[in-house]
Ligand binder design. Structure first.
Ligand code: HEC
Length: 172
């Protein structure tokens, strides 16, 4: 009878151990998958300072902190958001909802982001959250004609005649 109880306890402990191990393993799987998704969808090209310049050789600890170098075009000046800070204020469900409904100014490829599957989006959330908060908020968007206080990259169509606008942006 005593042996049986000890065996039972061991069994329960083993179940808890392997159960925990299983969920830890699943969580780290999602984090690794999220890193992969972020890497191949090019988010770092804009949201990680110096990423393109260093040929992508930037440690994940410095990823997605946003940029204070703006993208200037007929829409005004837009700044890649600090995603490390953004996800701190969102639950995983809110992130999925946000990503699926996001419409943003150029050159943010929001239409591509909307196509990322829900499970992939959940993995990106797990990954970015696992990195923790870092950096500062990116500067606010500057409307066309507004005062620009930062460096910026000029996106000038070669001829203004070729500018037909973006369907989701109203240029004032
Ligand atoms: C070509 C540059 C570029 C790429 C690539 C890019 N972004 Fe962006 N992103 C921006 C810019 C610029 C903004 C700000 C747009 C605005 O002002 O409306 C932005 C905005 C966002 C926002 C909205 C933030 C907010 O608070 O409203 C999210 C979320 C976001 N990006 C996520 C991503 C993810 C995830 C990827 C990769 C799948 C990605 N971006 C790829 C440039 C980029």
């Amino acid at each position: 009878m005593i042996k049986y109880t000890v065996f039972n306890k061991l069994f329960v402990m083993a179940a808890i151990f392997f159960g925990m191990h299983g969920s830890l393993y699943a969580a780290s799987d999602a984090v690794a998958h999220g890193e992969y998704i972020i890497r191949i969808t090019g988010c770092n090209d804009c949201h990680t300072p110096g990423y393109a310049e260093k040929g992508g050789n930037i440690p994940t600890s410095q990823w997605l902190t946003g940029s204070s170098i703006g993208f200037k075009g007929p829409w005004g000046v837009s700044y890649p958001a600090n995603l490390r800070l953004l996800v701190q204020n969102l639950t995983e469900d809110q992130w999925v909802n946000f990503a699926k409904n996001l419409q943003a100014r150029p050159p943010m490829p929001w239409f591509t982001m909307q196509m990322i599957s829900e499970s992939d989006l959940r993995a990106t959330y797990q990954f970015v959250r696992s990195l923790g908060p870092a950096g500062v908020q990116s500067p606010n968007f500057v409307p066309p004609g507004g005062e620009i206080k930062t460096k910026y990259i000029d996106f000038v169509p070669t001829s203004a005649r070729h500018w037909n606008g973006f369907s989701h942006i109203t240029v004032k």
